[in-house]
Structures are given as C-alpha cells and as structure tokens.
Design a protein around this ligand. Structure first.
Ligand code: SAH
Length: 215
C-alpha cells in the first residue's frame, strides 16, 4: 500500500531530524514549505524523499537534509537581510522567507526565475525577490547582507560575495575543485577579516559564470 501525502510528510520531517537538523525554527519553516510545489512533472511524486531531484534547465533541487543543514548553519534571525545565489526551484528561498526579514535570490536561468516567482506569489511570500543575474557578483544594489547562502559550488568563496557580507555576517556555501569533491563551508566576517570553518562533504551543481544562453 502506498503512503498518503500526510504520512510521507511526516517521514520527511523525521528524516530531517535524524540527519541532524535540530533547530526548531528551521524545522518549523521546513514543515511550512511544501516541497511538492517545487518539483514538477516526472519526479513530483518523489518530492518528500530526502534526495536531490532534477528541475528545469538541467539543474537540481537540493536534498532536503542538506537544505536544512545549510539553513541551520546560516543561523538566520528575523532581522536579517539574506542573499541567496542559485534560486533554482525557489525551495531554499521559500524556507528562508519564513526565517528572515528580507530575501533576495539570484539565478542565471530566466525560466527558473519566473518559475520561482510564480510559486512565491502563489504562496504569498512577499518578502522574497528573485532576480536574473550572475550571482557570483552578488547583488550590489542591495548589499551589504547579514547572511549569504550559495547553492552552487565554486572553487572558492567569490570575492564580491565576501565584500557584500556585513561585519558579523555569515555566509554558507559549497566549495571544491571538482563536481564530485566539495565541502560545505561557513565563513564569518569579523572586524579583522574572515573566519572559515569546514562543515561537511556535499555535492552541488557548479556555479557558472554569466547568464545562461537559453535566456
Ligand atoms: N537553491 C535551489 C538549488 C538550485 S541548484 C533550490 O532550492 O532549488 C543551483 C542553481 O544555481 C541552479 O539553478 C543554477 O542555474 C544556479 N546558478 C549557477 N551558477 C549561477 C550564477 N553564477 N548565478 C546565479 N545562479 C547560478
């Protein structure tokens, strides 16, 4: 017998807890945001599995437990202005919108930006703004940010993003030399510089320069 949607959602929350997401604010935000609304077509019935899934433009919606761990590491407060690089489906932004004061998210594929904007409207998430641009340059017009999260992997933390982080601010991002070996790191900006901490191995799609050619 197949599980009902309610049962699958319960298992989904259980999987998050068992993978180390303990922050109740993060768990509550993730319970509010239905991942089923961000996964379309063929893979829709796998939305409540703890696995990354394909979305449009050859990209992926991240694994829910990784979304949770990154969000937890970001330690977002309700006063924060957050920048996300790599909107993708909009799932991570929707979770952040429940935790932060304001969320700005940038994506290099136009089709993903409009798809995410549509879901934000349907969910009445009025504190999230999605924008088509190369996120490696951040969002200078809205900088500086209290928190920055990057959901695509670069070799290193991009300089413009470090520059757009407030003193006392936190950035969480995957970095790595290849598509297969990457680490999630946390960067905290202090008065005197940046402190780096390696959190765990991860696997993300690459951060690519420039707007996508399908725009
Ligand atoms: N946070 C997303 C995960 C998306 S996967 C979610 O919750 O669904 C990473 C995304 O980063 C992809 O959509 C990819 O197109 C985008 N991306 C890669 N390089 C980028 C860049 N330089 N600027 C903006 N977006 C970028």
């Amino acid at each position: 017998m197949t599980d009902t949607v309610a049962e699958r959602k319960m298992q989904f929350m259980y999987a998050l807890r068992s993978k180390g997401i303990t922050d109740t604010r993060v768990l509550t935000a993730m319970e509010k945001v239905d991942r089923g609304l961000f996964v379309k077509g063929l893979f829709a019935d796998r939305a409540y599995e703890d696995t990354p899934l394909p979305i449009a433009c050859g990209q992926t919606i991240s694994q829910p437990s990784v979304v949770g761990l990154m969000t937890q590491a970001l330690n977002v407060t309700s006063r924060d202005k957050v920048l996300e690089v790599g909107t993708g489906s909009g799932y991570q932004s929707a979770i952040l919108s429940h935790l932060a004061r304001r969320v700005y998210t940038v994506e290099r594929h136009r089709r993903l930006v409009s798809g995410a904007q549509k879901v934000f409207e349907d969910l009445d998430l009025t504190n999230v703004t999605a924008f088509l641009s190369d996120g490696s340059f951040g969002w200078p017009e809205q900088a500086p940010f209290d928190r920055i999260i990057v959901t695509a992997a670069a070799e290193d933390a991009p300089g413009p993003l470090l520059a757009q982080l407030k003193v006392g601010g936190i950035m969480v991002l995957p970095v790595g030399q290849s598509d297969t070996v990457q680490s999630m790191i946390r960067v905290v900006r202090s008065e005197s510089g940046f402190d780096y901490e390696e959190l765990r191995p991860v696997r993300f799609v690459p951060l690519v320069e420039g707007l996508a050619r399908d725009n």
